[in-house]
Design a protein around this ligand. Structure first.
Ligand SMILES: C[S@@+](CC[C@H](N)C(=O)[O-])C[C@H]1O[C@@H](n2cnc3c(N)ncnc32)[C@H](O)[C@@H]1O
Length: 278
């Protein structure tokens, strides 16, 4: 692909999704867009680019954006955040929310569903603690394809082997042909919705806990800061934010501060996190 076409497509991608593509990733653009070109009946990428330049058809732009997302995910990714959620964050929020017995959790880049479903399984495992509570888990992503996969709750052997303890697999999944389907009760705990992190978060309501993991790494500084600021605006001052292992708020926003002793967890600045120090 020539430089002009690369720059043209990466500018569109950045504007639509925040995703930044550096020139050394040009090969990625080519390999991921070939299937899109084929789907739309183009002979190759030059024809695809020509069509985008001429008409900017929305369906083609959507497919280009989705094709450029990286959707890697796994159950209980990095484990530690989920352990902290189970042993510290949820018990303390349960005390704090005892009056209205409602908890809202947002998985903000949910991909194929492993993250929100891990949260669902974890909450189910807490048993009586949340009996009678209104627990809402909202899972959003920019990719409609990924959300459809997530809704189906159907995973390959490879996917269930990554991160899921065997006892959890046996307890919550049923083998269907060569795949594994997650239990309907856990699936029903999660609501999926298409949502672009560049958009206004106010439409989603308030969240006590937000998982926004392994997506900010693909954005530039300004986008990271804008996304985090918008997320902070939908959290109460005792809310807890989880970021991925390679992500931070430091030097990006002053709306959040790291929670001492708990890597990957952040509190609203000046707030009172639902988590005492380690
Ligand atoms: C690497 S996955 C992370 C999945 C999960 N959070 C985890 O940590 O395992 C990144 C996800 O971010 C989504 N994404 C990228 N840009 C987005 C945007 N602007 N708005 C919402 N989701 C976006 C992608 O579609 C992809 O599914």
């Amino acid at each position: 692909m020539n430089t002009a076409d690369f720059q043209f497509l990466s500018a569109i991608l950045k504007q639509r999704s925040g995703l930044v593509l550096t020139e050394e990733k040009a090969y990625l653009l080519e390999s991921r867009l070939m299937p899109v070109a084929r789907k739309f009946g183009f002979a190759g990428l030059p024809e695809l680019v020509a069509m985008v330049r001429e008409d900017r058809p929305e369906d083609l732009l959507c497919d280009i954006t989705e094709a450029m997302t990286t959707n890697e995910s796994l159950f209980f990714r990095d484990m530690k955040p989920f352990e902290q959620l189970r042993s510290l964050v949820i018990p303390q929020l349960v005390e704090k929310r005892a009056a209205n017995r409602t908890l809202r959790i947002w998985s903000a880049a949910a991909s194929s569903g492993q993250e929100p479903y891990s949260i669902g399984i974890l909450l189910k495992e807490l048993g009586n603690l949340l009996e009678g509570w209104d627990i809402q888990i909202l899972a959003t992503d920019i990719s409609a394809d990924m959300l459809n996969r997530a809704r189906a709750g159907l995973y390959t052997q490879f996917e269930v082997q990554r991160g899921l303890p065997i006892a959890t697999l046996v307890k919550y999944f049923k083998q269907v042909g060569e795949k594994w389907r997650l239990d309907a009760n856990i699936r029903s705990m999660v609501k999926f919705k298409e949502f672009n992190l560049l958009d206004d978060t106010a439409v989603l309501g308030q969240f006590d806990i937000v998982f926004c993991r392994n997506v900010l790494i693909y954005f530039d500084q300004q986008t990271k800061s804008e996304v985090l600021n918008r997320i902070s605006s939908v959290m109460p001052n005792d809310g807890v934010l989880y970021l991925g292992g390679a992500e931070t708020v430091l030097g990006i926003t002053d709306k959040f501060v790291p929670i001492t002793g708990h890597r990957g967890m952040y509190a609203i600045s000046g707030g009172e996190p639902a988590l005492k120090s380690a």
